[in-house]
Design a protein around this ligand. Structure first.
Ligand code: PLP
Length: 355
């Protein structure tokens, strides 16, 4: 079978080497004669995997000792309530830049006042708001670095004097970030780090002292997971293993700096094709375009060509291009592991309409 080009928004494409190494470990994990799926997470072989995965996160993103690196469960969606449960004392500030940001806001409202300092909702989230004030008396400020559904991405993070917390689910490890600017970064793994089932949390240690005065269930305490090296309970062993192999691949290719170059080239290729095509148009403000999720639609007068285009995509084995229902049209997700050849295959298919 020839290669399927995987543009899925998540769970998404991963490095082929991550699959191959993981398959080996399902059969015989680290010479134990047992499968990774049946060994104790407390054995020295898996403890090594855990330590190596943490070290890869620290190396790739330059995470200092002032931060804990945690591997949790429940997805980014659990962070939507775990964050306010822990840190919202009276008021928190949020930007509303898309579906996921909005879900985070909805959860926070259950714990205190939420100041939505900026929103592009009225414009169907086509841009990232930039001029807004972050209230100095809020307990933290929450933003979403990349809006997976709408195809916008923060290019420059706001200056913030209160703890800055960011949902980086769909662009973590795609570009360098200055972790020291953040009190906490979190990401569901399945967009750009690994398979579904593990959530990465990078949290500055001083946040453990900033807890709201309410009952916090043990499993919801970041400090518990930090004190137990993410092994307070059974961690998601297999997703962590696959993430490790995927991050090793990122490192081998030159780390997040190299990923940014690679992802930039892919995004340029596709956006240039969209802009040059009389048939297609992008759906977002040009300066806020995401390098991870490229959203585009047919120009109104060419919408009748959609069926033909969909058939051409299918014939060219272009998979996962259907836009989210709230935007329509198409969404090409260009996560780290997607090769530029796949983007070229998409561009070639789009250009078939030009003659
Ligand atoms: C996918 C996604 C989520 C939800 O992640 P889950 O791990 O499925 O809970 C949250 N935020 C962003 C930005 C996402 O892309």
């Amino acid at each position: 079978m020839s290669k399927v080009h995987n543009f899925s928004a998540g769970p998404s494409i991963l490095a082929q080497s991550a699959f191959e190494k993981s398959i080996q470990d399902i059969k015989d994990f680290a010479g134990t004669g047992l499968s990774i799926l049946e060994v104790s997470h407390r054995g020295k072989e898996f403890e090594k995997v855990m330590a190596e995965t943490e070290q890869l996160v620290r190396d790739l993103l330059n995470v200092s000792d002032a931060y804990d690196v945690l591997f949790l469960q429940g997805g980014a969606s659990t962070q939507f309530f775990q964050i306010p449960l822990n840190f919202l004392k009276t008021k928190a500030a949020y930007t509303d830049t898309g579906t996921w940001a909005n879900r985070a806001i909805v959860e926070a409202k259950g714990y205190g006042d939420v100041a939505v300092v900026a929103s592009s909702k009225d414009a169907n989230y086509q841009f990232i708001p930039k001029d807004y004030a972050i209230p100095a008396d809020a307990d933290y400020f929450h933003c979403t670095s990349n809006n997976t559904i709408y195809g916008t991405q923060i290019q420059e993070f706001p200056k913030c004097d209160i703890p800055l917390i960011c949902d980086m689910s769909s662009d973590i490890f795609s570009r360098p970030v200055n972790v020291n600017d953040f009190a906490m970064i979190y990401a569901g793994a399945q967009k750009n780090m690994g398979p579904a089932g593990v959530t990465l949390v990078i949290i500055r240690k001083d946040m453990h002292e900033k807890l709201a005065n309410r009952h916090i269930p043990t499993m919801m305490k970041y400090k518990i997971h930090a004190d137990n090296d993410s092994m307070y309970n059974t961690p998601p062993v297999f997703p962590i293993l696959v993430s490790k192999y995927n991050l090793e691949w990122v490192k081998e290719l030159g780390g997040v700096e190299a990923m940014a170059v690679r992802n930039g080239a892919k995004a340029d290729l596709l956006y240039n094709a969209i802009d040059a095509s009389p048939y297609f148009k992008g759906t977002t403000a040009v300066e806020d375009r995401s390098k991870m999720n490229v959203t585009f639609v047919f120009e109104k007068e060419y919408e009748h060509l959609a069926e033909k285009f969909d058939a051409a995509c299918k014939a060219a084995k272009l998979s996962g291009l259907k836009g989210h229902r709230s935007v329509g049209g198409y969404r090409a997700s260009l996560y780290n592991a997607l090769p530029i050849e796949s983007v070229q295959a998409l561009v070639d298919t789009m250009n078939q309409f030009n003659d």
